[in-house]
Design a binder for this molecule. Structure first.
Ligand SMILES: N[C@@H](CCC(=O)N[C@@H](CS)C(=O)NCC(=O)O)C(=O)O
Length: 238
């Protein structure tokens, strides 16, 4: 049985990490049995979540996890796509993971109010003597990661402008289709769901979140994906 290592539900989401949700939805799409356990990034083979343990084989990084599942189970999550749609799915996924993700990190970690109500609580369980120091160090780590990525070098207004381009592009690409590429889900739908759900959760307030929420198709898409892949989470949320 595969063990998927992620975080606990948070921020009105099955997992605070869009990458963990992506992998979990892809495991469900693949029909592979797994159980989810909690871990922290230093436990991961590449220092980032998620990772899996497949009967002793540890695989880190959501894209390599998908490749491992597809290769070892002889599954293709994009089986219903032609070459152009596969290219589109890959392109959208790169934009989500290597661009929009960082705008989400910026709004969660760099905005003081959002940080206090959100990521700051990741450290609540630490001993009182080290809690504040670790919290500040991790926030600084994210700030430096944003600078290394490049997005963190821009002003808040510029980050919104760039993020808004991506949100508008996603809303236009999705249109009124049920899934990214048409009537059936593909692998990148897991990524699209994980990232857009992470952005539009009303748990955090930001200009980018409000822009995304304004696109009804993105909200309907996330609600539908949530009902399909996380029915137990929807039921528990009432
Ligand atoms: N390319 C990785 C990205 C995963 C990632 O960025 N995970 C974040 C959580 S959302 C993380 O573990 N960050 C820890 C860190 O940067 O120290 C993937 O696709 O799995």
């Amino acid at each position: 049985m595969i063990i998927l290592y992620g975080f606990a539900p948070a921020f009105g989401l099955p997992d605070p990490s869009p990458f963990v949700m992506k992998t979990e939805v892809q495991l469900k799409m693949a029909g592979v049995s797994y159980r989810k356990e909690r871990a922290v990034p230093p436990d991961a083979p590449k220092g980032k979540m998620p990772f899996i343990d497949d009967d002793g084989i540890k695989v880190g990084d959501s894209t390599f996890i998908r490749a491992h599942i597809e290769r070892t189970r002889n599954i293709d999550l994009d089986a219903n796509l032609g070459p152009e749609q596969r290219a589109l799915a890959w392109t959208v996924e790169r934009m989500l993971e290597d661009h929009l993700y960082w705008a989400i990190m910026h709004l969660r970690w760099m905005d003081t109010v959002n940080f206090a109500k959100g990521p700051s609580h990741f450290f609540d369980g630490l001993p009182a003597g080290v809690r504040d120091r670790v919290r500040a160090e991790r926030r600084e780590h994210v700030r430096q990661s944003l600078i290394a990525h490049g997005l963190g070098r821009h002003t808040n207004e510029e980050i919104f402008e760039l993020g808004a381009h991506s949100v508008r592009a996603l809303a236009a690409l999705l249109g009124d289709k049920p899934y990214l590429t048409g009537p059936k889900p593909c692998g990148a739908d897991a990524t699209l769901f994980g990232m857009v759900a992470s952005l539009i959760t009303p748990y955090f307030d930001s200009e980018l979140q409000r822009l995304a929420q304004g696109y009804g198709n993105l909200g309907r898409y996330c609600a539908s994906m949530l009902r399909t892949y996380y029915p137990e989470f929807v039921a528990a949320a009432g």
